[in-house]
Design a protein around this ligand. Structure first.
Ligand code: CP
Length: 305
């Protein structure tokens, strides 16, 4: 039984094992021959924040593997959390019903608190601006598939560098491989938080902070666009000032290397002009598709199957 809470928990060997399982899941899906490894299991998907991809891909993954699902898609309003029940008590209840629990929560650390009282595996489907480990694993799988390597990757995270949980989750995974260079491109209001910068400095990471997208485009293998996260702002006037800081247009894409890829965890709001979707370097929908295979692999991994 394993929880998935934070990408810092994984060794390089763990990641290799997960990537290999994901590849097998992809092959099985494409061949229409998925082994029903989760038959008779019940997966609980409890989301205190909105989601399209994470919840629905976890549910699809569980169904493909033969599991049944119980879920609360708007748990803040429709579970007893609304009446004041703690995350620990919610977790204890879910332990009575499900074999595995997937939770998204707006508060940093809350999913880990749920895991501390759980005898069943708990998967963090995103906790505030902290972690989104399953997103980062599917991102890593995507980079490997598209570039055929994980060493020597130059990646630019663009937009809401302050609040991006995919960024915080993907960086430790890429650091397992030698030669990564990170560019953090943001307006001054959304720069890296000091604690994360300290982690990068302490880890001797090769990184650059800048507000110039043009400057980094020709240097990178992966352009990782992020949405400015309205839900993390306490003052909407501050959000209005920065919400359209970086809109990727065709003129930008022409400056990218031929083999570079464009990623985005989605949903996008106003970060990528939709005409770019036709460029073969636009990998964001392939990335989301990989989320299904990754989450199938992770359900099995957590249950030791
Ligand atoms: N990338 C991602 O987490 O998308 P959802 O918020 O739709 O789950």
């Amino acid at each position: 039984m394993r929880h998935i809470l934070n990408t810092k928990q994984f060794s390089k060997e763990d990641v290799a094992n997960i990537l290999e399982r994901t590849y097998k899941m992809e092959e099985q899906c494409k061949a229409g021959k998925v082994e029903k490894l989760l038959q008779d299991k019940i997966v609980a998907c409890i989301f205190f924040e909105p989601s399209t991809r994470t919840r629905l891909s976890f549910e699809t993954a569980a169904l493909k593997l033969g599991a049944n699902i119980i879920s609360a898609e708007n748990a803040a309003a429709n579970s007893s959390s609304y009446k004041g029940e703690t995350i620990e008590d919610t977790s204890k209840m879910l332990n009575c019903y499900a074999d595995l629990i997937v939770i998204r929560h707006p508060k940093m650390g809350e999913v880990e608190d749920a895991s501390k009282v759980s005898d069943k595996p708990v998967i963090n489907a995103g906790d505030g601006a902290n972690q989104h480990p399953t997103q980062a694993l599917l991102d890593l799988y995507t980079i490997k598939k598209e570039h055929k390597r994980l060493n020597d990757i130059s990646i630019a995270f663009v937009g809401d560098v302050l609040n991006s949980r995919p960024l915080r989750s993907l960086v430790p995974l890429l650091l397992l491989y030698p030669g990564s260079t990170f560019y953090f491109v943001s307006p001054k209001e959304l720069v890296l938080p000091e604690d994360y910068k300290k982690y990068l400095v302490d880890s001797k990471v090769n990184f650059v902070e800048t507000d110039s997208l043009e400057e980094v485009l020709p240097k990178i293998d992966v352009l990782y666009m992020t949405r400015v996260q309205k839900e993390r702002f306490t003052n909407l006037e501050d959000y209005e000032k920065v919400k359209d800081s970086f809109l990727l247009k065709l003129e930008h894409v022409s400056k990218l290397k031929k083999e570079a890829i464009i990623m985005h965890p989605l949903p996008r709001v106003n970060e990528i002009d939709s005409v770019i979707d036709r460029d073969p370097r636009a990998a964001y929908f392939r990335q989301a598709q990989n989320g299904l295979y990754m989450r199938m692999a992770l359900l099995c991994y957590c249950l030791n199957l």
